[in-house]
Design a protein around this ligand. Structure first.
Ligand SMILES: Cc1ncc(COP(=O)(O)O)c(C=O)c1O
Length: 388
């Protein structure tokens, strides 16, 4: 039977697309080589710079985030180059696998999937690399599989303290426009992002914000690339155009989404996400359940991953919640499969949507027979009411 009312899409991306963005995408498709497109393209590229907090170029691909990972690596590196990565979770592991497939030599600092990147480990490894064999440090800002955030400014400081020339590449696929992120001020060389999370767009666009140092590295980088090459992109983008057919209608949406974020103010957007994350954690604690992120300094404001008591299936719980309450929650990935469920609280989201989400979880815990205490929603509401 078709469910009445709106589906609750509370996975940590793709997120709910606001009506204003949907209406923008709904405009007739235009000639991507005509003058009107050039104007719109230039506007979107300028707006994106503000969201990435950079004055440098932001490249847009008609691709998912994985494509932008590949673009970051292939534009700057050569076969056999060492790259230093930190095992924050599933997405850091996938990025490492990609580096291997591209004939790079990833060095993976092991992690327990319960905190952000190991900054001390990165510092230690760079200090030992006197020959500068490591060409890039790659870090996932918000690890979507665990709900843990890496301290990017600290990673930058570690690279600088070691006086190491490695490039810094950061995956912000589930943090951009949800958690404060400063491409330029934090000295990041390549920022990787996607459209379908904090940017409140459907899947289908991904991004590389690049520094002058990254742009210079492209000139000597020998990994094969064609579709992903920044060169033709930067040349065409100078007049608002693209070297191949862009995802025209998603760009209309990107313009509307950036405008919404900037009207709200980035600082307010981040504060809204922080507040919803804190309310969620209060609910989880009141239920007597455990938050996957074990380091409070690394708590994510985009999502909260919740561990189930031993012997209980997170997937069974999610299935019950979908069936009874028409809400999708994120599944556990990799070693966390069936062990955690993930509550997405990012994107176009407000207090009552959060209360609805948490109510669905609390009712689901009861329906699925997961041992818990009642009062999680109450704890979240008390926090939200006192922190308007
Ligand atoms: C942190 C992170 N990195 C990379 C990816 C992969 O992006 P995509 O699925 O858009 O290719 C995701 C997807 O959820 C992600 O959350």
């Amino acid at each position: 039977m078709p469910a009445a009312g709106r589906h609750f899409l509370q996975i940590p991306g793709p997120t709910n697309v606001p009506d204003r963005v949907l209406r923008a995408i709904d405009n007739p498709t235009m000639d991507h080589r005509g003058p009107a497109f050039g104007e719109m393209g230039a506007e979107v590229l300028a707006l994106l710079k503000q969201v990435f907090q950079t004055s440098g170029p932001v490249i847009v691909y008609p691709a998912s985030g994985t494509g932008a990972w590949e673009a970051a690596l292939t534009n700057t590196l050569s076969p056999g180059d060492h790259v230093l990565m930190s095992e924050t979770g599933w997405f850091a592991s996938l990025w490492r696998e990609m580096a291997e497939r591209l004939s790079l030599h990833p060095e993976f600092i092991p992690g327990d999937w319960r905190r952000g990147a190991d900054v001390a480990g990165i510092a230690e490894r760079l200090a030992k690399d006197s020959s500068h064999a490591i060409k890039a440090v790659c870090v996932v800002h918000n690890e979507t599989s665990t709900g843990c955030v890496s301290q990017i400014a600290e990673v930058r400081a570690a690279i600088d303290a070691a006086k190491h020339p490695a490039l810094l590449m950061v995956d912000t696929i589930s943090s951009l426009a949800s958690i404060d992120y400063k491409h330029e001020a934090w000295g990041v060389d390549v920022t990787v992002a996607g459209s379908q999370k904090g940017l409140m767009l459907p899947p289908g666009l991904s991004f590389n914000a690049i520094s002058p140092k990254a742009e210079a590295a492209r000139k000597t980088a020998k990994l094969p690339r064609s579709y992903w090459d920044w060169g033709p992109m930067l040349a065409a983008n100078a007049t608002g155009f693209f070297p191949y057919t862009p995802a025209t209608n998603l760009l209309y949406g990107a313009k509307a989404a950036c405008e919404m974020l900037l009207e709200e103010g980035l600082a307010n957007v981040f504060a809204r996400h922080d507040r919803h994350a804190e309310a969620t954690r209060r609910a989880v604690r009141a239920w007597g359940l455990e938050i996957q992120c074990a380091e409070p300094k690394h708590y994510s404001s985009s999502l909260t991953a919740v561990r189930l008591p031993e012997g209980h299936s997170a997937d069974a719980l999610r299935g019950k919640i979908l069936e009874k309450f028409n809400m999708s929650l994120g599944n556990g990935l990799g070693q966390l499969k069936d062990r955690v469920f993930r509550i997405g609280h990012l994107g176009d989201f407000n207090d009552l949507m959060l209360c609805g989400t948490l109510s669905g979880v609390e009712m689901g815990l009861r329906a699925a027979g997961v041992p818990h205490k009642e009062g999680g929603v109450q704890a979240a509401m008390a926090y939200l009411a006192g922190n308007a």
